[in-house]
Design a protein around this ligand. Sequence first.
Ligand code: ME8
Length: 514
Amino acid sequence: MSRVYITTPLYYVNADPHLGSAYTMIITDTLARYYRAQGRETFYLTGTDEHGDKIAQAATEAGMETKAFTDKVSAAFREAWDRCGFSYDYFIRTTDASHIRYVQEILTRVHQAGDIYFDRYGGLYCFGCERFYTPKELRNGKCPDHLTEPKLIEEENYFFRMSKYQERLLRHIKDHPDFVRPEGFRNEVAAMLSEPVGDLCISRPKSRLTWGIEIPFDPRYVTYVWFDALINYVSALKTKGEEFFQKFWPEAEHFIGKDIVKPHGVFWPTMLIAAGLPLYKHLNVHGFWTREGQKMSKSLGNIISPLEMKEKIGMDAFRYFVLRESVFGQDADFREENLTARYNADLANNLGNLVSRVLAMQQRYFDGVVQPLAGPWAAEDRQLKATFVQAESEVEKQMAELQFHRALEAIWAALDATNRYVVETAPYTLIKDSGKAARVGEILHHLLEVVRMLSIHLAPFLPETSVKLRELLNISAGAPLDAPWGSFFTPGHKINPPVALFPRIETEKKPAPA
Ligand code: ME8
């Protein structure tokens, strides 16, 4: 059976979940649900990144002991993701004892192999990023992320011989053009590897940081937070046993935002080579969300909370918007007016109205009882079915390319075709002709099949809606949901009356011109 291992970045516990982290969760959750539905054995990992300066400082600011602080924020992340309904299989914390042990095992192994050495080093250090910068990487002498001047630090530390594996990694990227995708990010990594990458400082002296994993061969030091956190992708599998690791690791699909391409595209693969582990399969990089054209930040007070969105428009509508409105790998902008427009057009009018119309006719004309498909199918009925078969293969093609917006477009194109079918077959007119009741029953039967197909095709994208559709169709848990079109509903099957799936959002009406 084919397998897939999906990972998200481990979120720092110095901030609350927001649109950015929720976006990575939404795309990975959608994929996990899609693969599971295809029968692929899927393992989906997320979690929290809890060591390092940034976290120790955030704990101090919160007036809490560091571990107690990380326990609290990590639990808040987990609770938020649970309330959002994300279907991760395992939640790892970098403070888990099993992770700490495994990081130390890797450090020992790489040290014994001679790829970690001790050296005195002076360099420009950004405390916000917790790393050294080369003068070339700075912008006007400042850290490009924090816009602060780095401090000159000179100290003795441990270094990982990253440079030793640079060539090998570059070759791997050339031989596997989709190792990092989309292409723009592959080129970014290749460009990084075309210049000397140097060696990586992987320790911090306890004299300035104690909140980290102790270096197993020198208790005066703790591990650099990235060398610790990246290893989670392997340590999580190892907690499930060696066999589990062997099964899933070759199928690793990492998902990250474009801010952390270097650690994942350069540090991590060279670490894997040094540790004697196979490389991951793909690094999938998505773009960044802004809000109304501006970067989201606490100080601007413009952060979008996924839980607030859930309260306001429902989780499925939020998922639909971010998946439909962005192109994987490119930046996207969150605009309230676009959200409302998409919601009303695609969810309330198109999907919502179609479903309630069909269910209402079924109630009114046949008391909810599904009518048989007696004779040969009419050409338009065959066409309707073909539309959904085609949509399914289009979704498959687009999902393989991570083109979520196109996959949704394909489903909505089938919805448009269904609306046309309703207009063309006009069951609401035919029913007035007493001799046509059987045909109306057939038309509605086909339309109920559309609703069943929607409950299948929408499931990875809009999981709550999919469940509601099945409830409306009165489909029991064990029913053969993937039965062929036309042979699912048994004689006498009764469906439920409609409910408003996506009530319209009323927008302020502009005054009519005088
Ligand atoms: O970097 N738009 O954690 P982090 C889209 N702990 N995605 C965004 C975003 C935005 N505006 N802001 C954040 C770390 N993200 C490390 C990772 S992994 C071993 C360690 C998402 O809490 C995006 O996925 O800063 C980004 O890569 C991630 O959050 C960074 O989360």
